[in-house]
Design a binder for this molecule. Structure first.
Ligand code: PEP
Length: 254
């Protein structure tokens, strides 16, 4: 059976000034060799900090990721950054299709797929976000919506190094989380749909993260669910103390 190394990734969103780089150093201080053997840790600061975070993250054995990329490698796209630019600064990952970008920037599944392909072209692993809205869950449509997002957002020729993050939109930043049973159902379903999309048994190697109000208090329970291979953490990733308390859950998860 394929062993998937758990991944806990922090999405700082539009937060963080130069002083926030101290949090990365503090995370490194708590990321001891026993924990490093159990999980991979990644921080996705705003683009303004990635260059300066690079050496710090390397020293701390923490991976770096971007929060978005343009589909093109370069060109006349004012304000955008490419996957190649992120790679150039030392990033290994990039989040694509976060619900805040789907909602706030009109990103469709086709755009998300093009960005994921761009990440792979540049040698980055895309963290491809999917998830239903509250109305879709209440209408009983959560599985259908997420299944369709997986089908349309993942490049068909993806390697198993891609990461999929299931983030119910209604759970992001709200303090609400799905039940353990709902998370188990969705993650098992997501793996089936990833296999249907990629084929060749590749889904066994793809890490599926849960995201949405993960906190130190609920990380152990959520990360222990079958097919949950880690977390995408927003608010609780800004302070090293909280982020590392979430990572600590893996010290005891088998
Ligand atoms: C996110 O934005 O990806 C996220 C999961 O946010 P939070 O942890 O704050 O709910």
């Amino acid at each position: 059976m394929t062993r998937r190394c758990p991944l806990v990734a922090g999405n700082w969103k539009m937060n963080g000034l130069l002083a926030s780089l101290a949090e990365i150093a503090a995370m490194g201080g708590a990321y001891d060799s026993a924990l490093r053997a159990r999980l991979e840790l990644v921080v996705c600061p705003p683009a303004t900090l990635i260059g300066m975070a690079s050496d710090l993250a390397t020293q701390a054995s923490i991976g770096l990721g971007g929060q978005d990329c343009h589909a093109a490698p370069s060109g006349a796209h004012t304000g955008d950054i490419s996957a190649e630019m992120l790679k150039d600064l030392g990033a290994r990952y990039v989040i694509v299709g976060h619900s805040e970008r789907r909602a706030g920037h009109g990103e469709t599944d086709a755009i998300v797929q093009a960005k994921a392909s761009a990440a792979l072209r540049a040698g980055l692993a895309p963290i491809i976000c999917v998830g239903e809205t509250r109305a879709e869950r209440e209408a009983g449509d959560a599985l259908r919506v997420v299944g369709e997002q997986i089908e349309a957002s993942l490049p068909a020729d993806s390697p198993d190094t891609i990461v999929v993050a299931y983030e119910p939109v209604w759970a992001i930043g709200t303090g609400l989380t799905p039940t353990v049973a709902d998370v188990a159902q969705m993650h098992a379903f997501a793996r089936e749909r990833i296999e249907a999309r990629l084929g060749g048994g590749k889904s066994a190697g793809v890490r599926i993260l849960y995201g949405g109000s993960v906190k130190p208090a609920n990380a152990g329970e959520l990360m222990s669910v079958a097919n949950v291979d880690g977390a995408l953490v927003g608010g609780a990733s800004l302070a090293a103390k909280d982020f590392m308390a979430i990572a600590e859950a893996y010290r005891v998860i088998g």
